[in-house]
Structure formats: structure tokens, C-alpha cells
Design a binder for this molecule. Structure first.
Ligand SMILES: [Zn+2]
Ligand SMILES: [Zn+2]
Length: 159
């Protein structure tokens, strides 16, 4: 398989990055640290060599969640971006922040001890009512960076 580059970044667009290799070891982690760091039930991650990862805009901020690990995020909007085991030459990218998150498919789970006991049930739960009205209401004022690199951001002319 040839190497596939991918790009991504935080919700507000202050931090953008590029990975010049196919991401490996894609998984979701249900551990309590990942839950807290993402405000979510799990964190989807995949790794790349640090030499193949580059920040292309802004600066990643860091929280040292243990002596061994630091977690990267955007200071402006709070998006979790990276899981970095300090003495390794690879870095883990938070997959939901990729521009094409569906392109990387997790193949295993970890941290199962603290997985939400009802998690497997929500996928078969009742769908919510029609959301199109809500999406139409927020569309004119969305401040989320688009899912591709931009020359300037924020866009000067939003019209
Ligand atoms: Zn941001
Ligand atoms: Zn974890």
C-alpha cells in the first residue's frame, strides 16, 4: 500500500497539521484518561512517526497527563489533537480531527475496563427527529474550519 498523506486540525482552525504517511494502529481507547481528555466516552487514535508529522499552522498546546504522556490540543477552541508518549518516535493523532475521518478505520479497542456498559446499544437506538432545520439554522454562522487546508483563516469575506 502506498503512503497516503492526510491533513487535519482543530475546530477553530488555529492549529492545522499534515501527516505524510499512512496512519497505523487505528483504534479507540475507552480508558478513563482518554474519556476525560476528550470529554467523550472514548478517544479514536492512530499513530505516525514524529518525523512524518508536521504542524502547518499555529501551535499545539500541551497538557502533561502523566510523566510518560502529554496530550496536545488547541488552546483557542479546545479540540483534542494528539496523544504523545514522550520517549517514542511516533505520535498518536485524534482521528475525529482529521479532514477525512472516515478514511481511517479503527480495528481494535482498548481501555475496555471503563467502556460505557451501554455503549454497544446506542448504535441501535431510535434515531432522533429530523435535524435538517437545526443544520439550516447554524449554517450561515458556522465558525468551524472547513475540512481542507486554507490559505488564510478566518476567511475575510464570509458572504
Ligand atoms: Zn482551535
Ligand atoms: Zn486511553
Amino acid at each position: 500500500m502506498s503512503d497516503e498523506a492526510s491533513t487535519g486540525g482543530c475546530q477553530c482552525g488555529a492549529v492545522r497539521y499534515r501527516i505524510d504517511i499512512t496512519l497505523e494502529n487505528a483504534h479507540v481507547c475507552h480508558c478513563r484518561m482518554c474519556q476525560k481528555a476528550s470529554g467523550n466516552y472514548f478517544l479514536p487514535l492512530a499513530r505516525a512517526p514524529k518525523a512524518k508529522f508536521a504542524v502547518t499552522r499555529g501551535e499545539v498546546s500541551w497538557f502533561r497527563s502523566s510523566d510518560l504522556v502529554r496530550r496536545g490540543f488547541c488552546r483557542d477552541c479546545g479540540t483534542p489533537l494528539l496523544f504523545d508518549v514522550l520517549d517514542r518516535n511516533t505520535v498518536n493523532v485524534v482521528l475525529g480531527a482529521l479532514d477525512e475521518p472516515a478514511a481511517v478505520k479503527p480495528t481494535f479497542q482498548c481501555g475496555l475496563r471503563t467502556k460505557m456498559p451501554w455503549f454497544d446499544e446506542i448504535d441501535s437506538s431510535e434515531p432522533s427527529t429530523d435535524e435538517s432545520e437545526w443544520y439550516a439554522a447554524i449554517a450561515p454562522s458556522i465558525h468551524q474550519h472547513p475540512d481542507h487546508d486554507t490559505a488564510t483563516w478566518p476567511l475575510e469575506d464570509r458572504s
